[in-house]
Design a protein around this ligand. Structure first.
Ligand SMILES: Cc1cc2nc3c(=O)[nH]c(=O)nc-3n(C[C@H](O)[C@H](O)[C@H](O)COP(=O)(O)OP(=O)(O)OC[C@H]3O[C@@H](n4cnc5c(N)ncnc54)[C@H](O)[C@@H]3O)c2cc1C
Length: 254
């Protein structure tokens, strides 16, 4: 078996958390280990499919894996998760994470839509022992999920199919001094916010992690762009990986 071979796991429970959020509890396969990074995610392959979708590890302990799945209007996992999937076997990749708090961070701000709520919940849980001031902005289509995140949340209501997340972040009053900003949501809005952080606010890429979780324009094929020359040019210009991948993202969507 290679590290790319999916691990098989069986769904043990399925619970409705809100109109758009389902919880799946799975038997964690032997060999599935947490990285300990609080925004860690894995690739999920549902029965009869070969395409994967990414899901945050809401928790993984004592042989039990919990994933919280947002139900969209349509979608491969969306449709499967609404069936009686208990007892079915799925494929999982090894988890990976990217949340990396710099040593000089004096505060943490999180922002995201419902798909980022599992990660924000776990990040908040991880930071609970620290004395770092934490601010969370969550944009959700349902009523606030008050007990979901173990920290105060500023809830923003998203009308069906719309998101103001980028505007919310652009209007933020940032705490003083160096800190860490983590965000997940629709890719075009995440690109906008990366530009804002870099160009308008002059933030160092060590101090933020802004991740495109899903694409609102998937109906339109992304352009084929060879990442090689972009990576080489970015490296030559002294850019970080984050900046280079943002450039690549931009080129594909131009
Ligand atoms: C690192 C990472 C972690 C993630 N963690 C989670 C998680 O814990 N829980 C979770 O639910 N999702 C999470 N996501 C997002 C999830 O992978 C995508 O939303 C995925 O596209 C959903 O798959 P699907 O098969 O249901 O829909 P797809 O078949 O991928 O998409 C079908 C249609 O739905 C639209 N769509 C997809 N996502 C959304 C959305 N969020 N809002 C509105 N329309 C949408 C697409 O544009 C497309 O038109 C994560 C993504 C990443 C990159």
């Amino acid at each position: 078996m290679t590290s790319r071979t999916p691990l098989a796991a069986v769904v043990r429970e399925r619970e409705v958390l809100s109109e758009h959020l389902l919880r799946l509890v799975l038997d964690a396969p032997e060999g599935l280990a947490t990285t300990g990074v609080p925004d860690e995610w894995l690739a999920l392959t549902v029965p009869g499919q070969f395409q994967t979708r990414y899901y945050t590890v809401r928790s993984l302990a004592d042989g039990v894996l919990t994933l919280d799945v947002v139900v969209h209007e349509q979608g491969l996992v969306t449709e499967w998760a609404q069936t009686d999937c208990v007892g079915q076997s799925v494929g999982l990749s090894a988890p990976k994470g990217s949340f990396l708090l710099p040593l000089d961070a004096g505060w943490v701000v999180l922002a995201g839509d419902l798909t980022a709520l599992p990660a924000m919940g776990r990040i908040a849980q991880t930071l609970a022992e620290s004395n770092l001031p934490l601010t969370i902005h969550a944009e959700v289509p349902d009523a606030p999920l008050h007990d979901y995140v173990p920290a105060p949340v500023e809830w923003h209501h998203a009308e069906s199919g719309t998101s103001e997340l980028a505007a919310i972040v652009r209007d933020l009053e940032w705490p003083e001094g160096p800190g860490y900003f983590w965000m997940g949501g629709e890719s075009a809005q995440m690109r906008d916010i990366r530009r804002h952080l870099r160009h308008d606010l002059g933030r160092d890429t060590r101090h933020y992690d802004v991740m495109g979780y899903w694409s609102g324009s998937r109906g339109r094929q992304a352009r084929r762009v060879d990442p090689g020359p972009i990576y080489a040019a970015g490296r030559a210009a002294g850019k970080s990986d984050d900046e280079i991948w943002a450039d690549y993202d931009e080129a594909r969507n131009a």
